[in-house]
Design a protein around this ligand. Structure first.
Ligand SMILES: C[S@@+](CC[C@H](N)C(=O)[O-])C[C@H]1O[C@@H](n2cnc3c(N)ncnc32)[C@H](O)[C@@H]1O
Length: 227
């Protein structure tokens, strides 16, 4: 579990609310949405859950791009609530369509079969690997049959890239050196997802320039809950 302590969350909340940080987070959210293919899951009146919703930018972008569909969004995060700018824009541009709750991915505060799609972007490697099965069971529980799960994860390719990835993660998320990361190799996720009733329909491996930490490897997975 990331050892985000309240003072750090409060400080980052202020920093991420600065106009330039907000602009970067908007662009980053859009690129995650595109990679994850979640827009293809949007249905009129649908309900969408973002697990580990952080600053709220992902839900904000999705809500604004689906105004005519009247979709609804729930964001769950153990530590974070959306930054003020996101809350204000949602209130103005998508009133009543998004709610954010503090909860753990291991015990989602949603009824069974209530979601058309679930997203989880760069969250699972912050949760101890022995809890991944519990999180995937929860995601399977809240999805409707035919609903989709869109996962983005950091997926190092070897020991050296694991160490690079960890340095980069600590740097971009302002984490302490003791913060643990529970990455998995890209090829290990599909079987784990399938063991939890989530059938893989799409996978894309891609890289990001991590500056002084070199190239950082990520993978996007799309899965479906079969009946
Ligand atoms: C690297 S951030 C990613 C945030 C967001 N998904 C994004 O891509 O911008 C990881 C997020 O996971 C959240 N998180 C960590 N452990 C969690 C848990 N057990 N349940 C729910 N959220 C968790 C953290 O608070 C943080 O907001």
């Amino acid at each position: 579990m990331p050892r985000t302590i309240p003072w750090r969350a409060r400080l980052l909340n202020k920093a991420y609310g600065l106009p330039f940080a907000d602009a970067i987070l908007k662009r980053r959210a859009q690129s995650m949405i595109d990679r994850s293919r979640v827009m293809q899951a949007m249905r009129p009146g649908g309900v969408y859950l973002d697990v580990g919703s952080g600053t709220g930018h992902i839900i904000e972008r999705l809500a604004r791009q689906t105004a005519e569909l009247e979709t609804r969004f729930v964001g769950i995060d153990l530590f974070w609530k959306p930054i003020g700018r996101v809350t204000r824009r949602l209130r103005d541009k998508a009133p009543g369509r998004a709610v954010f709750t503090h909860a753990s991915a291991t015990a989602l505060s949603m009824p069974d079969a209530s979601c058309d799609a679930v997203t989880c972007f760069y969250v699972l490697h912050h949760i101890p690997d022995m809890l991944h099965a519990q999180v995937l069971d929860e995601i399977h529980r809240v999805l409707k049959v035919g609903g989709t799960f869109h996962l983005l994860e950091d997926t190092p390719t070897d020991e050296a890239s694991w160490a690079r990835q960890e340095r980069w993660d600590r740097r971009v998320n302002f984490e302490s050196r003791s913060e643990k990361h529970y990455y998995r190799w890209a090829g290990d996720w599909p079987s784990l997802l399938e063991q939890h009733g989530l059938k893989l329909t799409h996978r894309e491996d891609f890289e990001e320039d991590g500056g002084r930490d070199g190239m950082i490897h990520h993978t996007a997975y799309v899965t479906v809950k079969e009946g």
